[in-house]
Design a protein around this ligand. Structure first.
Ligand code: GNR
Ligand code: NI
Length: 172
């Protein structure tokens, strides 16, 4: 396994629309494993392949609490097939927008169809934090980051702060 580097805003790579995976083979599984390791190390509760500069429709999730047993989920070519009328607001963060949080409203529950780690078709109902997280990750596959839902003013402010923090962290 290998830990990969996570790209931050405003890198234009994050605007890419990712391409469907045609077959879950050994290379795809290796990338899923590396993404999971990267997500746990961050630490985060989700990661989309585009955040590690791979434009393929693949995400990993684990919304289990720190003290709980790990519950990794691997979703290849995920698609929302149903969303609830009910909405929920969650203060979201993103590993590509480190240390910034903002409220985002999304459907409270979603049904998601995807290929699992073994390439088997699955469909599952997700709610709570998992529903929020899976929608946040599918957004990444479509080139959307949660700050895109904020006003231009708020978004620009956050992007500037992330850029400054990144510059300041470079060791000369
Ligand atoms: O680690 C993460 N936490 C989080 C919190 C609220 C809503 C969404 C997320 S996803 C984020 C990891 C990430 O950036 N995934 O793309
Ligand atoms: Ni994110």
């Amino acid at each position: 396994m290998a830990k990969l580097d996570i790209i931050n805003v405003p890198d234009p790579i994050l605007k890419t629309t990712s391409t469907p995976v045609d077959r879950v083979d050994g290379d795809v599984r290796k990338l899923l494993d590396d993404m999971l390791e990267t997500m746990y190390a961050a630490p985060g509760i989700g990661l989309a392949a585009i955040q590690v500069a791979v434009a393929k429709r693949m995400i990993v999730l684990d919304t289990a609490g720190e003290d709980d047993e790990k519950k990794p989920l691997f979703l290849v070519n995920p698609e929302v097939t149903w969303e609830s009328e009910e909405r929920s607001v969650y203060s979201e963060g993103c590993l590509s927008v480190p240390e910034h949080y903002a409220d985002v409203e999304r459907p409270a529950s979603v049904r998601v169809k995807y290929l699992d780690y073994n390439g088997e078709m699955q469909e599952g109902l997700m709610d709570g934090l998992t529903a929020t997280c899976v929608q946040h990750e599918i957004d990444h596959l479509n080139g959307v980051v949660f700050i895109d839902y904020l006003s231009k003013l708020k978004r620009n402010m956050i992007v500037k702060k992330v850029q400054k923090a990144q510059k300041d962290s470079v060791v000369l």
